[in-house]
Write a protein that binds this ligand. Structure first.
Ligand code: HEM
Length: 141
């Protein structure tokens, strides 16, 4: 394989990771949209329960995409430890966020909303930082 072909192949791998982590970031951003819709009824959340269900499903989609990005990073971009370790941390934080959301809805622990919302912002920041780092220096092992 020529140097140009190797470089192209590395770029393709990095592009795939970038697409998947970008979709994860989008899914996380949309969580804010669904939450905004079900919170707009002056606290009467049950009136919009289908939006809460969508918010719950969005959480699992985000976890799936972050886990896929972790696998892609490990398999295709192993030398980029910042990317796959970052995606692994993102996956773990999303699992924790979904767990907190479940406690709010199913166990009635409404006070945890004050943790759940800022935690979502921190998760968004991590997802965006991974998205911005991904195309930089597509080193392969
Ligand atoms: C990383 C992004 C987020 C994830 C993965 C996530 C996930 C979840 C999940 C899984 C639930 C439980 C739903 C159920 O059991 O049916 C939940 C509940 C909730 N989420 Fe999020 N969420 C995120 C971001 C946000 C944001 C940005 C807000 C608000 C601005 C928010 C507000 C809420 C509220 C208020 C509930 C409780 C709903 C209720 O009263 O039943 N979430 N979340």
């Amino acid at each position: 394989m020529t140097r140009t072909e190797m470089s192209r192949s590395a770029t393709e791998r990095s592009t795939l990771f970038t697409v998947v982590i970008g979709l994860a970031a989008l899914a996380i951003l949309l969580q804010g949209l669904w939450a905004g819709i079900f919170l707009q009824h002056d606290g009467a959340r049950d009136a919009a329960s289908s939006w809460i269900d969508l918010h719950a499903m969005g959480g699992y989609v985000a976890i799936g995409l972050a886990a896929l990005a972790t696998v892609l990073g490990l398999v295709q971009l192993r030398a980029r430890r910042d990317l796959w370790i970052g995606s692994l941390v993102l996956t773990a934080l999303l699992v924790l966020e979904v767990y907190l959301g479940g406690l709010i809805r199913d166990a009635g622990q409404d006070t945890l909303t004050a943790v759940h919302v800022p935690f979502a912002l921190a998760i968004m920041a991590l997802a965006v930082s991974l998205l911005l780092r991904a195309p930089r220096g597509s080193t392969v092992d």
